[in-house]
Design a protein around this ligand. Structure first.
Ligand code: DC
Length: 230
């Protein structure tokens, strides 16, 4: 069967990565979490004192972009991809509230986006990939054969992220998370470069009231619809 490129875009905390990961495992595709890449750049900036109360030191971050090597390895126990920064696993750190609070402004920077998009195109050039993010179907792979645009209400998304963090034993506040979700939506959709928007040929999935199993089946059907006969 001919391999295709699958783009999954949408709002933060919509469950994009869960569905993309599941589908990738099911169909034997490579999964690329592009949000994790922007989060890793943000972590680097935090760790190196490039984000202060005055804002982001963009001059220095731009100079340091070449020092930021992002890779993914598979967790030997769960088989899930783990983000690494310069060879060190940073999966836990990039999911915390500190990174979440700073990642949207970092993702608006043109030089950061250029570097990430270039890496994502390299990672996906052989097809057989499923990428989740904000600009995959519009900018990174506008020719992707299957494009999904995922959405759900902000309240439901905040609750999901809260449950996720609690399950990991992290201390968090639902109201703070909701504000963070809404603020990230605002920045993601209004930024000048590659704002989050639905590609014209994307299929919308509102999963506010869907279970993970239902959405898994829905996505697999979409994949079969596009690849049947190829
Ligand atoms: O999907 P996520 O929550 O892990 O994404 C983290 C941030 O990165 C979010 O604020 C949007 C940004 N992002 C982006 O601008 N482009 C992408 N392709 C993926 C994520």
């Amino acid at each position: 069967m001919k391999k295709i490129t699958i783009a999954v875009d949408g709002y933060s905390s919509c469950g994009k990565s869960t569905m993309a990961k599941d589908l990738a495992r099911e169909i034997g595709y490579v999964y690329i979490d592009t949000g994790a890449m922007y989060r890793t750049v943000t972590l680097y900036a935090i760790q190196n004192g490039l984000i202060t109360s005055d804002g982001i030191n963009t001059t220095l971050l731009k100079q340091k972009m070449g020092d930021i090597n992002i890779t993914f390895t598979l967790d030997p126990e769960t088989g899930k991809p783990l983000a690494c920064l310069n060879g060190v696993c940073v999966e836990k750190e990039i999911r915390g509230m500190e990174v979440a609070a700073h990642v949207s402004p970092i993702a608006t920077l043109d030089f950061v986006r250029e570097a990430m998009v270039e890496q994502q195109r390299q990672m996906g050039k052989e097809k057989g990939v499923i990428l989740d993010g904000r600009d995959i179907g519009t900018v990174v792979f506008p020719d992707a054969e299957l494009k999904i645009f995922v959405t759900a209400s902000a309240e439901i998304r905040a609750q999901r992220r809260y449950d996720e963090l609690k399950a990991k034993g992290m201390d968090c506040d639902l109201n703070e998370i909701l504000q963070n979700v809404q603020e990230r939506d605002r920045i993601d959709t209004t930024r000048a470069i590659s704002p989050l928007r639905q590609a014209e040929d994307a299929i919308v999935l509102d999963n506010s009231h869907m279970t993970i199993e239902e959405q898994k089946a829905w996505l697999l059907n979409q994949f079969k619809r596009v690849t049947d006969g190829n």
